[in-house]
Design a protein around this ligand. Structure first.
Ligand code: URA
Length: 434
């Protein structure tokens, strides 16, 4: 079998067999198939697509490319959560300490930024000393001891995805349904949880811009999860504008900490509660969604979620004072104001462009080897529906470089749209698929 022939077949719209998919995944994982051939295949998949059988086979081949975590040593129902990616999406940082504070074990593998979207692992690395590469024994010990551990994908957990993820990030091949479904579900199946809650984003800042495409992605992933014997639910949520106000690693962590203190923006909290409630239902904490939300809210008012987060940061090598004392995390030195170009109401904010503006500041990777600047980002001062006058500050840009800051300011200002009539309030939770 030759990779060349498989690329040609996919380029011409053919369906790859299970054997061909395994050949490709194994060859790429062990280094026999080079990045340039895999990049060509990824682009061919973007243009020709994959059918349901190919998507399932790709997921299983990627899952089988490495080890599977055995979480049976952790007591309780292990419920994992994963987002398809968005701008300003810091829900995992808020949600996981909340459910852990309610006794649901969180044993989570998270990713780095992908394309114009951020990743939980980059965000956690804002805490000086925080270790995201926990050895398996330490990972299990932390979950058993304090109820929560979050780590990056270990070298041998779905290694095919680890390599593909990095390659897709820099070859404009992220936004494809089968590639996203197999990437997420291979990791989730390999990481040994009992149940999976998926946050499937839709809108301008998501990889699936249209709700129908997001629903199809959600259904594919739920089907794969159920077929593998895991309770799986997908919640389709709005990503038409950035979630919350902060975009950029350190700024997002600061906003997540505010949320854990009870000062989170409404849109962020609504999505967090919806995902958390589904996790509590799967874990058997309650059978009632409204009761689940009530329990989650109590973890904020009682401070138990914030304390759980501090415990978690400490257990992974960070300083819990960075959680308890606001303002200790690094924020870029240069603050630039972006201004409104018209009077009226904000009708749209092109979220993907805000994500790109953050990357322009140095907050995202341009090549697989790029280091990122965790301290840069954007703080939105006006969201969709806000009344504005021309010249009002719509966002603050935090930069370490004046030229990059000026480029980001232009991108942010151009991302805003204005109208004379206030738009309807956005519906954050679109659909729950189980
Ligand atoms: N998250 C992932 O893990 N993979 C994707 O392809 C998209 C989001």
């Amino acid at each position: 079998m030759r990779m060349y022939d498989l690329i040609d077949k996919k380029k011409n719209g053919g369906a790859l067999s299970a054997e061909e998919i395994r050949f490709m995944v194994q060859g790429f994982t062990c280094g026999n198939i080079p990045d340039y051939q895999m990049s060509a295949m990824l682009m061919a998949i973007c243009f020709s697509g994959m059918d349901e059988t190919e998507t399932l086979e790709l997921t299983l081949a990627m899952k089988d490319s490495g080890d599977t975590l055995d979480l049976s040593g952790i007591k309780g129902v292990k419920v994992d959560k994963h987002s398809t990616g968005g701008v300003g999406d810091k829900t995992s940082l808020v949600l996981t300490p909340m459910v852990a504070a309610l006794g649901v074990p969180v044993a989570k593998m998270s990713g780095r930024g992908l394309g114009h979207t951020g990743g939980t692992i980059d965000k956690l690395e804002c805490f000086p000393g925080f270790c995201t590469a926990l050895p398996e024994e330490k990972f299990m010990e932390n979950v058993n001891r304090i109820g929560i551990a979050i780590a990056g994908q270990t070298a041998n957990l779905a290694p095919a995805d680890k390599k593909l993820y990095a390659l897709r990030d820099v070859t404009a091949t992220v936004a494809q349904r089968s590639l996203i479904a197999s990437s997420i579900m291979s990791k989730k199946l390999a990481s040994g949880s009992d149940a999976i809650v998926l946050d499937v984003k839709t809108g301008n800042g998501a990889f699936m811009k249209q709700e129908a495409d997001a629903a199809a992605l959600a259904e594919t992933m739920v089907k794969i999860g159920n077929m593998a014997g895991k309770k799986t639910a997908a919640i389709i949520t709005d990503m038409e504008q950035p979630l919350g106000n902060a975009v950029g690693n350190s700024l997002e962590v600061i906003e997540a900490l505010q949320a854990l203190r009870g000062e989170g923006p409404d849109d962020l909290m609504e999505v967090t509660y919806a995902l958390g409630a589904q996790m509590l239902l799967f874990a058997g904490v309650t059978e009632d969604r409204a009761h689940a939300v009530k329990l989650l809210k109590q973890t904020i008012t009682s401070g138990s979620a914030l304390h759980k987060f501090a415990e978690f940061v400490k257990a992974q090598g960070g300083d819990p004072e960075d959680v308890m004392i606001p303002g200790r995390l690094p924020v870029a030195s240069e603050k630039i104001e972006a201004k409104a170009a018209a009077d009226g109401f904000v009708t749209d904010i092109l979220a993907e462009q805000i994500g790109v503006a953050c990357m322009t500041l140095g907050g995202g990777r341009e090549t697989k080897e790029s280091a990122i600047d965790l301290s840069v980002g954007i703080c939105l001062k006006k969201k969709i529906g806000a009344p504005v006058s021309r010249g009002d500050v719509i966002a603050e840009i935090y930069a370490n470089d004046k030229t990059r800051g000026a480029d980001a300011k232009k991108l942010v200002e151009d991302a805003y749209r204005y109208g004379e009539i206030a738009p309807e309030k956005r519906q954050m939770i679109r659909k729950i698929i189980t």
